[in-house]
Design a protein around this ligand. Structure first.
Ligand code: CTP
Length: 410
């Protein structure tokens, strides 16, 4: 018996389940989707049935679970029936194998055939071990699918099968369910109607036509903020120093403005700040720049004499020109006396929220997919956000931004 009896107007969801240990969580997801009033048709890959029984899904879903392209008593072509009638296809968990087959256009089971036989939006919720998740081949397949408009709900960082800890854990069923609501029912997130300006990456100051002075910021935290802010309903502008190649992979709907130097970042940020409800300065901005030589400096000319001049402090200028109700978030990259330096920076910069990074902590700061931060607010209250993916850190930051905006801060 289905747990819910949706009527014929209920949105129809195909819940795809691939063969990974996280398949047990898709039972809970199925339950939540049914309780939320969706008509849910489960499709399990043959490998998924090694982890969970089709009977469990049939007992909870709106129609019996399917596991094969063949032998369906109701229709000889289940993939087209499912694909053409779906308002959304959710695959949770999406394994590396499923992702690769979908990216290649292979249809060798009912789930991949349904994905190919549908024009409905598709939400993939990957789950796998960290080493697999970080494989360039897996990431490239995901980038390909993203470019084709497939929505990806990134896995979380946490406990994995076998007791390992790291990124790759399936997003929680409630998070997947609210994402489904957003896609199918036009759910309005806490940042709906808000314009959020985000800066990302390390600036590059030219020395001559060949050389630059830069820093170790990869731009990942800024990109994660852009993606999550977009997911929460904001109109997002991302000013980024990171390669256009990488910028192309940013979630659709985010405006990307490429810049390189601190001066370009300053100009681009100040030009857009007035129209923004919140500005998040995740970029690592050079504090000093120099007049670049017009031609390549030659080794035989001896040691170069470099004369530095200070750059403008963008956060300072933002705070000076802020409009009523605008929220400004700064970042602090510290390597020593973290708490003391961060507090001094909060007072000096006048931001509403300072995201403090101890760049010497393991798994945190520059170049890592994970981060651990302290959020320091105007009242100088510190909240530690323990080690997790940069997307999960972004959710914490943006939830605070949404709450400050709703209070009309500052
Ligand atoms: N920032 C900025 N303009 C600069 C330098 C930094 O807007 N010219 C911003 C950064 O984007 C970040 C915050 O200020 O949000 C703090 O950056 P950080 O490098 O930690 O601090 P600094 O102000 O550079 O101070 P210090 O180098 O002494 O730590």
């Amino acid at each position: 018996m289905p747990s819910a009896t949706p009527d014929s107007s209920s949105p129809r969801i195909v819940l795809g389940v691939a063969g990974g240990i996280a398949a047990y969580k898709s039972v809970e997801l199925l339950r939540r989707l049914c309780d939320a009033g969706y008509h849910v048709a489960p499709v399990l890959t043959p490998d998924a049935t090694r982890f969970v029984g089709a009977l469990t899904f049939s007992a909870l879903a709106s129609e019996p679970a399917r596991t094969s392209l063949y032998g369906d008593p109701t229709t000889p072509i289940p993939h087209t029936y499912l694909g053409q009638n779906a308002n959304l296809i959710v695959v949770a968990p999406a394994t590396a194998h499923l992702i690769a087959r979908y990216a290649m256009g292979l249809s060798d089971d009912l789930l991949t055939a349904t994905l190919l036989a549908s024009r409905a939006p598709v939400l993939l919720c990957p789950a796998m071990h960290s080493e697999m998740w970080e494989q360039p081949s897996v990431q490239e397949n995901l980038a390909t699918l993203r470019r084709r408009g497939v929505l990806i709900l990134e896995p979380e960082s946490g406990r994995l099968a076998g007791g390992d800890v790291g990124p790759g854990r399936l997003a929680e069923p409630e998070v997947i369910c609210s994402m489904v609501d957003k896609i199918v029912r036009g759910y309005r997130g806490p940042l709906s109607g808000r314009c959020v300006l985000i800066t990302a990456g390390g600036t590059r100051e030219p020395i001559d036509p060949v050389r630059v002075i830069t820093n170790r910021s990869s731009g990942r935290q800024g990109y994660a903020l852009a993606e999550v802010a977009h997911r929460l309903g904001a109109h997002v502008t991302l000013i980024s120093t990171v390669d256009l190649e990488l910028a192309l992979d940013v979630v659709r709907g985010v405006d990307v403005v490429p810049v390189a130097t601190a001066a370009e970042l300053h100009e681009a940020t100040m030009a857009r700040a007035g129209a923004s409800d919140a500005v998040i300065m995740a970029a690592a901005v050079a504090d000093f720049t120099l007049q670049p030589a017009g031609q390549k400096m030659k080794k035989d000319d001896g040691l170069p004499q470099l004369t530095f001049v200070p750059t403008a402090d963008i956060v300072h200028d933002l705070v000076a020109k802020r409009h009523a109700g605008q929220v400004i978030v700064g970042f602090a990259a510290e390597s020593n006396n973290v708490a003391e330096n961060a507090l001094a920076k909060l007072r000096r910069k006048g931001v509403d929220l300072l995201v403090v990074n101890d760049v010497s902590a393991p798994g945190a700061g520059f170049e890592h997919p994970t981060n651990e931060v302290v959020l320091l607010d105007r009242n100088e209250t510190a909240t530690t956000i323990s080690l997790r993916s940069k997307e999960a850190i972004s959710l914490e930051i943006l939830t605070r931004v949404a709450s400050l905006l709703s209070q009309g801060a500052p």
